[in-house]
Design a protein around this ligand. Structure first.
Ligand code: ATP
Ligand code: MG
Length: 460
């Protein structure tokens, strides 16, 4: 009898605490601010045709339809959205049924791609916050031991959908029914103040998905925003969780950090937050050991990349990763040279070792790493220009990239200047001038890399 009473009391207590928790943290009670059309600047003619078609398709089908996330953030900060994401209360099957060219994709996160012409709109169903690491029982099974979310298909309402997003600036909703913005997390305030603030408990949110740390750095770099103190604080301690992220996902993130026009700011943000080291440990090590030309190389290359993007010139991941890993390759090569190895084999080994270790962290596809090897190897060949070498080099399919790489190394003060300028002139020269230039090298003892090296070789 006493035991039963005791059990009943415990059960009651359990429900009371649950009830209490619900009313304080339950999404149903969060404050919603609705900003009507005449009080915000987002206009339908800023949206793509496909986005509008998708929103109206859902609306006419009797469902809720909102634009959400990055596109609104970009529009409200004066940027151009890359793509438009739509959320709705329709299930993936219902969405698929509404459009002629729609396809359900994804397993961990089921959503629908709706196609209009060349444009694809991602449509997802409102989702609830995935289980927390502190949860027990059934929900806990969709988390890994580190608290990372493995499955994420629990549908919810719009409030819950807002709370599971990463940053307040990414959690704004635009309702196609009345063109109003819906704000559940003081997004507008943070957008206006230029603050990146993680929604919820930062420790927990980073543990669920460590990539959020990189996203914080990226948005800070891209928008010139500051991380809120609470959002910044846990990063130093949790940065190493990036080691648990699939390398293919990190590859995508690194490209977004460095090949979207704000490479310089991204590098600064990553290093300041201690996120560069887990991504590029050997380069970080070389820089920490005082590789000053390496520092300048990275800075110069980032400036260069940003400039190219602003001029709509192509940029390649091979060049970017070639730069990011060059200090590491140089350090390994120097060790081997000191141990008496010849230059070319030392470089070859250094490249292989650095790449082998790096692809375990960031999955650089082979089509890029093979180009990186070529660019690096050609750095040893560019100084050798006598005989037919210069002409042959010009015909090499990676000459242009290798030459650009050389220029960056020269500007960084890694090597004496002059060689880059020689190659610039050589490319612009006509045939006779080229012959003369090479001949001139033969006369200038030591102007050819090879001659120089031979003279310097120490006796055994
Ligand atoms: P961009 O497209 O410029 O990379 P974005 O914010 O649109 O930025 P996406 O990856 O396209 O980023 O994601 C769309 C939206 O999904 C985000 O705005 C955010 O609301 C949400 N989101 C994306 N990644 C995460 C994440 N790791 N955790 C929680 N929410 C996320
Ligand atoms: Mg996006």
């Amino acid at each position: 009898m006493l035991q039963r009473l005791h059990d009943a009391m415990r059960r009651l207590l359990f429900f009371v605490t649950r009830l209490f928790r619900r009313s304080s943290g339950n999404p149903g009670t969060i404050r919603e601010t609705v900003i009507p059309r005449d009080q915000h600047p987002v206009s339908r003619n800023q949206l793509s045709k496909a986005a509008l078609n998708t929103l109206y398709g859902l609306h006419k089908g009797g469902y809720q339809a909102y634009l959400v996330g990055g596109c609104l953030r970009d529009l409200l900060t004066g940027g151009q959205p890359k793509d438009f994401d739509v959320v709705t209360d329709a299930t993936p099957e219902q969405i698929e049924g509404l459009f002629r060219r729609a396809r359900i994709i994804g397993r961990r996160f089921r959503l629908v791609h709706v196609r209009f012409g060349p444009e694809v709109i991602e449509v997802s169903t409102f989702r609830a916050r995935p289980p927390k690491a502190s949860d027990t029982g059934r929900d806990r099974r969709s988390l890994s031991n580190d608290g990372q979310v493995l499955r994420d298909n629990i549908y919810g309402n719009i409030q819950e959908d807002a709370l599971r997003r990463d940053f307040t600036i990414n959690a704004l909703y635009y309702n196609i029914a009345d063109f109003a913005l819906h704000d559940f997390t003081d997004s507008m305030k943070d957008l206006e103040a230029g603050i990146i603030r993680l929604i919820g408990n930062p420790h927990e949110r980073y543990r669920e998905d460590p990539v959020r740390m990189l996203r914080a750095a990226r948005f800070a770099a891209k928008l010139g925003f500051e991380l809120h103190a609470d959002t910044r604080a846990p990063i130093g301690e949790l940065a190493n969780l990036l080691r648990n992220v699939p390398p293919a996902r990190l590859f995508d993130e690194v490209l977004k950090l460095f090949l979207t026009g704000h490479a310089r700011e991204s590098l600064e943000a990553l290093r300041e937050l201690g996120l560069f080291e887990p991504l590029f440990p050997e380069t970080a090590e070389a820089l920490a050991a005082g590789d000053e030309s390496g520092e300048r190389l990275l800075a110069e290359a980032m400036r260069n990349t940003d400039r190219r993007i602003s001029q709509n010139k192509p940029v390649t991941p091979a060049f970017l990763f070639g730069v990011l890993l060059w200090p590491a390759v140089r350090a390994r090569m120097a060790e081997r040279r000191e141990a008496g190895e010849a230059a070319m084999p030392a470089l070859n080994q250094a490249m292989s070792e650095v790449l082998a270790r790096e692809v375990e962290i960031v999955a650089i596809p082979r089509r890029f790493s093979s180009v990186m090897r070529e660019i690096w190897s050609l750095q040893m060949r560019l100084p050798r220009r006598t005989g037919k070498r210069a002409e042959a080099m010009l015909g090499h399919r990676r000459f242009r990239a290798a030459y650009d790489f050389l220029l960056v190394r020269e500007r960084a003060g890694e090597i004496e200047s002059g060689l880059g300028e020689w190659w610039t002139r050589y490319q612009e020269a006509d045939e006779d001038e080229r012959v003369a230039m090479v001949k001139q090298l033969g006369n200038d003892a030591g102007a050819d890399g090879k001659g120089k090296k031979r003279r310097r070789r120490r006796p055994r």
